[in-house]
Ligand binder design. Structure first.
Ligand code: BES
Ligand code: ZN
Ligand code: ZN
Length: 483
C-alpha cells in the first residue's frame, strides 16, 4: 500500500494539497468550517466557477508563497458514483509531485456518511500500485489527512474492506518465485491473528484423504501442494456460505506447455484463491454476522520429469476417474477435489467458487464481466444483483446435458477437456458441476478475463484501480453477504 491515512483538526498550507468537497447545494462563501483557510486564498475567482453545473470541478489555486494547491470538488447533491469520483481524483493526484493532501468535507456532505466514506474509499482503492520491487519508488508514500472526520462506522468498514482488497492484490501481484504453495500457506496462517480459524493440509494429509486430482497437478513441481481452510463464525445450527478458490501459483501448462509469449501472466492464476482469502479477511475485520468457510487449493503446474502426462487417468476424491488429456486444464482438477472435500465435511448453504479457469470465457465475455455458472436461480440472481451494485459484473452462462456430454470419456468417467474447443468455458463449468451433489446450491465464477487490468485500461475496472490486479470478487462477495 502506498497510502496512509491520518485524522487531523488542523489545516495548514503544509498539507501541500487541500481538497474541498462541496455539494452543489452549498456555497463556498458561507462555508464556516474553514477557520483559517480564507486568509490563504488570494484568488477568489473559483467562487464563480463553483456555480457551474459541472459534475466534478477541480480548480487549482496557488495560495500565499507555499506550493499549496486547492481543489474544489463539486458534487451533485447525491452522487451515485462517489467511489469513482474518489478514484478519478487519485488518478489526478498521481500526476502531482506533492505527496500530502487533506480532505475537507462541507457540512451537508458530512451528513451523508456513505458519500464521504465512498469518496475516501475510491481514492484509496485507486492508490494501490504494486511497486515494492522498484527501488526508486518504494519510499514514495502518499499521506492523506482527513479533516474533522471522527472515524465513523461506514468509513471504518470501507477501510477494512480496502485492507482486504489490497491483501488480495498483493497475493495476485507477487511473482511465482515469492508466492508458491508453501509461502502462500504460511501467509494464510498469519491470518489467525485477526480472528480467523486457519487449517493447512499438507501433501501427506492430502494423500491420506485421497485428493489425487489435486496431487496429480502438483506432481510436476518440486514445491508441494497445500490446501488451506478458513473458518469464520461457524455455528452448529447454521449452514455456512462456502467460498472455494483456484490457487495455481504458476500455470506453465505442465507437459501441455503454454507458449512462451504471455506465460508470465500465469502468476495471476491463483486469483480465485486470493479472492477467497480477501473475502475471509473482510469478514473477520468487519466482524460479519454470517457463517463463512473458505477453501483454497494451492499448487504449481510445472512440467518436470515426474509431471502428470496427457493420457494419465486419476481417481479423484469423489471416486470418479478423470482422463487428463490436457495438463493445462488443471484448474478444474484442483477445484474437483476441494468441492468433494467440503461437501463431505460440511453442509454448505451454498458454494461459490472463483477461478481463472479458461481463456474461453474471455472469448465469450471479453474483459468487462466474469462468467457465472450455477445450478440455482435464486443464488444466481443474488450474485448478479450484487455484481451490478458493486460494479463487479457477472453474466450468466448456460449449463446443460449437451455441453456435459462433451466431456464424456471412453477410458474414464470423464475427460478434463471437451471434444471441441468451442464453448470451452461451459465445458469447464460442466466438469466442475460433476463434483456438485444434486441438492447443493452452487455457483462458479470464471474470472480469467477480469482479475487483471492492463496498462492503458483495457477493462472497466481501470476506472477504480490502477493497472494490475483488480481483486475482482472481493467487493462482489462483500455486497452479496451484506445482501
Ligand atoms: N489458467 C488458464 C486459464 C487462463 C487463461 C487464465 C488466460 C487467465 C488468462 C487455465 O488453466 C488454462 O490453461 N485453460 C486452458 C484450458 C484448455 C486447455 C481446455 C485454456 O483456457 O486454454
Ligand atoms: Zn492451465
Ligand atoms: Zn490455470
Amino acid at each position: 500500500m502506498n497510502l496512509s491515512i491520518e485524522y487531523t483538526n488542523e489545516i495548514t498550507p503544509n498539507n501541500n494539497n487541500i481538497v474541498i468537497f462541496v455539494s452543489n447545494l452549498s456555497q463556498l462563501k458561507n462555508i464556516d468550517f474553514l477557520p483559517n483557510l480564507n486568509n490563504y486564498i488570494k484568488d477568489k475567482e473559483f467562487l464563480i466557477k463553483l456555480n457551474s453545473n459541472k459534475y466534478v470541478l477541480i480548480s487549482n489555486i496557488q495560495i500565499k508563497k507555499k506550493i499549496t494547491n486547492i481543489f474544489i470538488v463539486l458534487l451533485k447533491f447525491k452522487p451515485n458514483n462517489s467511489i469513482e469520483i474518489g478514484a478519478l481524483l487519485n488518478k489526478k493526484f498521481n500526476q502531482l509531485k506533492e505527496n500530502k493532501c487533506i480532505f475537507i468535507f462541507s457540512k451537508i456532505l458530512l451528513n451523508n456518511k456513505k458519500i464521504v466514506s465512498d469518496l475516501i474509499f475510491g481514492f484509496s482503492l485507486h492508490s494501490y500500485t504494486f511497486n515494492k520491487y522498484i527501488k526508486s519508488q518504494s519510499n514514495k508514500r502518499f499521506k492523506l489527512f482527513l479533516y474533522n472526520l471522527k472515524e465513523f462506522k461506514d468509513l471504518k468498514y470501507n477501510l477494512n474492506l480496502l485492507k482486504s482488497i489490497n491483501f488480495t492484490k498483493d497475493l495476485i501481484s507477487e511473482p511465482a518465485n515469492i508466492i508458491n504453495p508453501i509461502t502462500y500457506s504460511e501467509k494464510c496462517i498469519e491470518l489467525k491473528k485477526i480472528g480467523l480459524k486457519v487449517k493447512i493440509l499438507n501433501k501427506e494429509q492430502l494423500e491420506k484423504i485421497g485428493m489425487r486430482s489435486i496431487l496429480g497437478v502438483a506432481q510436476g513441481s518440486i514445491i508441494e501442494p497445500r490446501v488451506v481452510i478458513f473458518e469464520w463464525n461457524l455455528k452448529k445450527k447454521v449452514k455456512p456460505t462456502v467460498l472455494v478458490g483456484k490457487g495455481v501459483t504458476f500455470d506453465s501448462g505442465g507437459i501441455s506447455l503454454k507458449p512462451a509469449g504471455g506465460m508470465e501472466d500465469m502468476i495471476t492464476d491463483m486469483s480465485g484463491s486470493a479472492v477467497v482469502v480477501g473475502s475471509m479477511i473482510n469478514a473477520a475485520l468487519n466482524k460479519s454476522s454470517k457463517s463463512l468457510l473458505g477453501v483454497i487449493g494451492l499448487v504449481e503446474n510445472m512440467p518436470d520429469g515426474n509431471a502428470q502426462r496427457p493420457g494419465d487417468i486419476v481417481k479423484s476424491l469423489s471416486g470418479k476417474t478423470i482422463e487428463v488429456l490436457n495438463t493445462d486444464a488443471e484448474g478444474r482438477l484442483v477445484l474437483a477435489d476441494l468441492l468433494t472435500y467440503i461437501q463431505n465435511k460440511y453442509k454448505p448453504q451454498h458454494i461459490i467458487d472463483f477461478a481463472t479457469l479458461t481463456g474461453a470465457i474471455m472469448i465469450a465475455l471479453g474483459v468487462h464481466r466474469a462468467g457465472l455458472f450455477s445450478n440455482n436461480n435464486n443464488l444466481s440472481k443474488k450474485l448478479e444483483l450484487s455484481g451490478e451494485i458493486s460494479g463487479e459484473k457477472l453474466w450468466r452462462m448456460p449449463l446443460s446435458s449437451e455441453y456435459d456430454n462433451e466431456i464424456n470419456s471412453l477410458r474414464a468417467d470423464m475427460k478434463n477437456i471437451g471434444s471441441t474447443r468451442y464453448g470451452g468455458a461451459i465445458q469447464a463449468a460442466q466438469f466442475i458441476q460433476r463434483f456438485i451433489k444434486n441438492d447443493t446450491s452452487w455457483a462458479h465464477i470464471d474470472i480469467a478475463g477480469v482479475s487483471w487490468s492492463h496498462k492503458g485500461g483495457n477493462n472497466s475496472f481501470s476506472k477504480l484501480h490502477s493497472p494490475g490486479a483488480t481483486a475482482f470478487g472481493v467487493r462482489l462477495i462483500d455486497q452479496f453477504l451484506k445482501g
